[in-house]
Design a protein around this ligand. Sequence first.
Ligand SMILES: CC(=O)CC(=O)SCCNC(=O)CCNC(=O)[C@H](O)C(C)(C)COP(=O)(O)OP(=O)(O)OC[C@H]1O[C@@H](n2cnc3c(N)ncnc32)[C@H](O)[C@@H]1OP(=O)(O)O
Ligand SMILES: NC(=O)C1=CN([C@@H]2O[C@H](COP(=O)(O)OP(=O)(O)OC[C@H]3O[C@@H](n4cnc5c(N)ncnc54)[C@H](OP(=O)(O)O)[C@@H]3O)[C@@H](O)[C@H]2O)C=CC1
Length: 278
Amino acid sequence: MKFGVIGAGQMGGGIAQVAAQSGFDVVVQDMKQEFLDRGKAVIQKSLGKLHEKGKLTDAPETVLGRIHFTTDLNDFADCDLVVEAIVENEQVKNELFRQLGQIVKPEGILASNTSSIPITALAAASGRPQKFIGMHFMNPVPLMGLVEVIRGYQTSDETTQMVTETAEKMGKTPLACNDFPGFVSNRILMPMLNEAIQCVMEGVAEPEAIDGIMKLGMNHPMGPLTLADFIGLDTCLAIMEVLHRGLGDDKYRPSPLLRKMVQAGLLGRKSGEGFYKY
Ligand SMILES: CC(=O)CC(=O)SCCNC(=O)CCNC(=O)[C@H](O)C(C)(C)COP(=O)(O)OP(=O)(O)OC[C@H]1O[C@@H](n2cnc3c(N)ncnc32)[C@H](O)[C@@H]1OP(=O)(O)O
Ligand SMILES: NC(=O)C1=CN([C@@H]2O[C@H](COP(=O)(O)OP(=O)(O)OC[C@H]3O[C@@H](n4cnc5c(N)ncnc54)[C@H](OP(=O)(O)O)[C@@H]3O)[C@@H](O)[C@H]2O)C=CC1
């Protein structure tokens, strides 16, 4: 099985790592060598941690040796499955899938790790809607058990079965849902994070108190503001906008504070500052 991943950011790197841990030959593409180098360093660190704890079957170098890093999209031509994990922007993803539909062999399956963008629209852009699906991993990919599998309007049963089996081979639990804005995971999670941000804006409590209340009071592993910083505030805003536009209900309106922080370049952990400093 040849497994392609587009984007060497926090999600793409994690997906490539887990695919390689599962024995697949992996190709990872990003636009610049520096993004690939950064992604590779994150994978190395994660593999080192897992090895220390006895959670890797193969040596870290063996796993890393299965991953080919490239800036050339043509390297996906002979992939059986390509998972896209680039920026959460419908136009940018559409353009990428338009190109990929012409590069990847006709029997290859294309998947998006999008958090919220309609799978059916991306499938149409790819020109192979029966062989297109949402394969939504959770962050951090090496530690989280779920893959949300989202069928587009024309996704075939064969495509769904292949992607479900692949997720299982990667040690994940695939759960199916239909193509609605934000699917299940982010339709439920993101309004909670947005509400926590609104609580900061209205002065209901300090960020530490909001996170502490949700951690100690609800047994959440991370408080909502820590989690928003971890996901990336730009990604959180993009998801809220898809929910707001797609469902047409003002209860999904992005918090003005979230919008302002993204405008200021405070994107959370990845930019060094969000609700907290890193
Ligand atoms: C936006 C979307 O579209 C969808 C999404 O993904 S939404 C986000 C979903 N994810 C979540 O909600 C995550 C919530 N958080 C958690 O479940 C947990 O905090 C967590 C699993 C991330 C970490 O577990 P934890 O026990 O709470 O924290 P922590 O002790 O810091 O981490 C456990 C260990 O894993 C390690 N670890 C963290 N990330 C790692 C990675 N990527 N690879 C390997 N090891 C990792 C840590 O270094 C730590 O190691 P030590 O025990 O040696 O210190
Ligand atoms: N963050 C999260 O918790 C989760 C995110 N997702 C989804 O996964 C996707 C990626 O998110 P995440 O990994 O957090 O984002 P990151 O910002 O960490 O990574 C995105 C990567 O893709 C690169 N990229 C952007 N545009 C292109 C392009 N046209 N071609 C190739 N590479 C490109 C980026 O480069 P550059 O550095 O130049 O921007 C970056 O390296 C999004 O769709 C997001 O919604 C899904 C689950 C969880």
